[in-house]
Write a protein that binds this ligand. Structure first.
Ligand code: SAM
Length: 238
């Protein structure tokens, strides 16, 4: 199989997986993280607030939790939620309507590697728990840089690997054994929740991810590790 066909296959697999888990995603997300995911999104939204962006693109927006957190905290002109999975977006649309945020947040389906937006169309790009799923991370990051306006900023929240004892060992046990077990119990899809720790381990976090942001053309790049390094917020200025 060619590399291109391989990438296409992985993209379809990810889309299918998120379409499958969409009905359980919100519940399991909050449950498996013991609710801390809300605090992580809140911290990332706070960092973005100081940049006061008017037009925001939330990539891998899923069911819209980060877009909603940002809308509430920043009151921007618009947020475009963009995601490969139509089923995740369907739930996102319902939530946004229920919360009366449809004047600010709208959704569009598509893949991060090839975005249908004009150059410099946004003042900020945000991603929460999305970049580690990208089939072509390098292309996705280049697209972020392309669609950002001059002085625009990307704020990216992603799982990372805790390095310190005993958090590293406890987290490995939790993510490799508890998460797939609970995932299967509630969503009947153990493979999706086995994928979670595997994707975190395969992701180039910390300094490696910052180097990728620099390669994609970003100027100032910084990171802030949260909760013993279980997640990291990356801030990249154009
Ligand atoms: C773990 S969810 C995160 C959703 C949301 N940002 C949040 O904070 O809850 C990851 C999302 O990334 C999307 N995704 C994965 N690969 C993608 C790609 N290449 N382009 C766009 N979205 C993608 C999935 O469909 C899924 O909705």
């Amino acid at each position: 199989m060619t590399k291109g066909a391989d990438i296409e296959k992985k993209k379809e697999h990810i889309e299918h997986m998120f379409n499958n888990i969409a009905p359980h995603y919100d519940f399991l997300n909050h449950f498996l993280s013991l609710g801390i995911d809300r605090y992580w999104r809140y911290k990332a939204a706070n960092i973005l607030k100081s940049h006061a962006p008017a037009r925001i693109l939330d990539v891998a927006s899923g069911t819209g939790d980060f877009a909603i957190a940002v809308a509430r905290r920043l009151h921007p002109e618009s947020i475009t939620g963009y995601d490969i999975s139509e089923q995740m977006l369907r739930i996102g649309r319902e939530k946004v309507q229920k919360k009366g945020l449809e004047g600010i947040i709208s959704f569009r389906q598509g893949a991060s590697e090839d975005m249908p937006f004009e150059d410099a169309a946004f003042d900020a790009v945000t991603v929460a728990f999305g970049v580690r799923n990208f089939e072509r991370l390098d292309l996705g990051l280049k697209e972020f840089e392309r669609v950002l306006s001059k002085n625009g900023v990307a704020v990216i929240l992603e799982f990372s690997r805790p390095r310190i004892f005993p958090v590293r060992q406890l987290y490995a046990l939790y993510s490799h054994y508890m998460v797939p077990w609970l995932g299967r119990l509630f969503s009947r899809d153990a493979s999706a929740y086995r994928y979670l720790p595997q994707s975190v381990e395969a992701f180039p976090d910390g300094a490696d991810f910052m180097a990728k942001l620099t390669q994609a053309g970003f100027g100032g790049v910084a990171q802030k590790r949260l909760t013993f390094g279980i997640v990291t917020i990356y801030i990249a200025e154009k």
